[in-house]
Ligand binder design. Structure first.
Ligand code: ADP
Ligand code: GLC
Length: 482
């Protein structure tokens, strides 16, 4: 390595401190992989309520920072925890903003003060660097709650951070952090920035737009999503902007954290197993059948889903194919929480003798469903990367996915002739196309030898983080040349 870099990795959620989805998995695994390359990597997130129940040791650093939202000066206190590879994690405490669960809002909607909460967070990130005397070479930011850091670095904090460069990663363009125009002055930013080439997005102040305009380099979490977001169909209105920055936008496929997601040493599953000892998977399936009292017909698979219940995940399509799926005699298991209407539908579905439904967030059950299912179903409308399908492959659970974003990049289509591939894919967000893929999977399932081969092919895939960390390393060096 040429020179170890000082890197601050900022995310609103980090496993095991706080998690709603895959971003937490990334933020818990990529920084240790970067540290293993020799960099001085540190992580920062808000001290959410869930941090208290996470069971991880924290110590107060005795450092206080202040940040301004509107004309109010607010205080924050820094705590420290650690990730693997001894990566320091800074947790920003301000109980009135962050001592909440869920992280961003309730079923009824986002918290009304989200703009204020994350203005505070973005400023406090930079104030914390100053208080810690840690001026990073690179600040790597993730998703809209961190989106104001690049614009602060180019305005209010320019002098103190003149050599620092920012990399902003888009994990989901569907969440943009758009707020009324007055948010600009609440953030303390100059009025001149409110125009379509700056932080304005169709009359609103946008955290995401601010990041896309002002970050030195942009990334997203798969090569296909990188292309998709530059088109109107997937761009959520920002595709023009992303095309304009096409040279600075890179797709890096996420990795899978095999320290947490490996059936050979998963503490939560009925029996450990691996490619040489697949028997344990049968025990896991049996346990899952018992837990949900599933009445599955012989020689039929269990189709599993572990997902946020949001429209992004293709749940309307799931509802359309459900009768046909259950009529085949297969079992269906879902773990998820989110949209009230989806929760209601799946709760009702749970009374079907072949369906098992758990509404809620349950880490051990997520592992048990991955281990006990035969097929993982991810018919997403869009999917920036998707991690669950990568974990599924490691657990010998065959992914059946819509060919979008990272699903397209990580699952190789099964080829009947050669027997190659790792899963099943369909293209169109349509019932007939999806049913065709399900049908293909269900008939292959009856061929024990072929199914075993498919399972083993998935288990042999390697999505470990080292490869992605090396790509980010090269991008950091590129950002430093800007
Ligand atoms: P997204 O980030 O869009 O939610 P990913 O597939 O990238 O999708 O990551 C989802 C992560 O969240 C996985 O680790 C998955 O196991 C976890 N997850 C999602 N819903 C739940 C739930 N209800 N309970 C436990 N874990 C969940
Ligand atoms: C987002 C995306 C998901 C991705 C995750 C981590 O939540 O929806 O596809 O895997 O971020 O990058």
């Amino acid at each position: 390595m040429a020179r170890p870099l000082k890197i601050l990795f900022v995310s609103p959620e980090v496993q095991p401190f706080a998690k709603t989805g895959g971003l937490a998995d990334v933020a818990g695994a990529l920084p240790p992989a970067l540290k293993a390359l020799g960099h001085d990597v540190r992580v920062m997130l808000p001290k959410h309520r869930s941090v208290l129940s996470a069971g991880v040791p924290l110590s107060p650093l005795g450092l206080e920072v202040t940040a301004k939202t509107g004309d109010q000066t607010r205080k924050g206190f820094i705590y420290q925890g650690t990730l693997p590879e001894s990566v320091p994690v800074y947790l920003l405490e301000n109980d009135s903003y962050f001592l909440r669960d869920p992280l961003y809002g309730t079923r009824e909607g986002d918290y009304p003060d989200n703009a204020e909460r994350f203005i505070f967070f973005c400023q406090a990130i930079l104030e914390s660097c100053l208080a810690l005397r840690f001026i990073p070479d690179i600040i790597h930011l993730n998703d809209w709650p961190t989106g104001l850091v690049p614009v602060y670095l180019k305005t209010l904090y320019r002098k103190a951070f003149s050599a620092t460069r920012t990399v902003f990663s888009i994990h989901n363009l569907g969440y943009q952090g758009n707020f009324p125009p007055a948010t600009l002055s609440q953030a303390g930013l100059p009025p001149g920035l409110f125009h379509p080439g700056g932080v304005e997005f169709y009359g609103q102040f946008s955290f995401m737009k601010a990041a896309l305009v002002y970050a030195d380099l942009l990334t997203t979490v798969s090569p296909t999503y990188c292309r998709e977001i530059q088109t109107p169909a997937f761009g959520f209105g920002m595709d023009g902007m992303l095309r304009a920055r096409g040279k600075d936008l890179h797709g890096v496929l996420n990795g899978a954290d095999y320290h947490r997601w490996d059936p050979a040493h998963d503490p939560w599953i009925a029996e450990n197993y691996g490619p040489k000892k697949l028997k344990g998977k049968e025990a896991c399936r049996k346990r899952l059948e018992e837990r949900f009292a599933l009445d599955i017909m012989p020689q039929r698979p269990i189709v599993g889903m572990i997902t946020r219940l949001s429209q992004q995940k293709g749940l309307d399509l799931v509802m359309q194919v459900m009768d046909d799926l259950l009529a085949t005699g297969a079992g269906f298991v879902l773990l998820g929480e989110g949209g009230a209407l989806y929760e209601e539908y799946f709760r009702r579905l749970g009374s079907h003798p072949r369906a098992g439904v758990a509404i809620g967030f349950d880490e051990p059950l997520a592992h048990q469903i991955l281990a006990g299912s035969d097929i993982l179903f991810m018919p997403s409308g869009y999917e920036p990367c998707g991690l669950t399908q990568m974990y599924a492959m490691k657990y010998g659970t065959v992914p059946l996915v819509r060919a979008v974003g990272g699903l397209k990049d990580s699952v190789r289509e099964f080829q009947a002739k050669s027997g190659s591939g790792t899963g099943f894919k369909f293209r169109h967000e349509e019932k007939a196309d999806c049913l065709r893929a399900l049908d293909k999977a269900l008939s292959l399932y009856r061929n024990k030898a072929a199914w075993r081969r498919l399972r083993l092919a998935g288990m042999a895939e390697d999505f470990s983080w080292t490869r992605a960390a090396e790509k980010y390393n090269r991008l950091y060096l590129k950002a430093l040349r800007t």
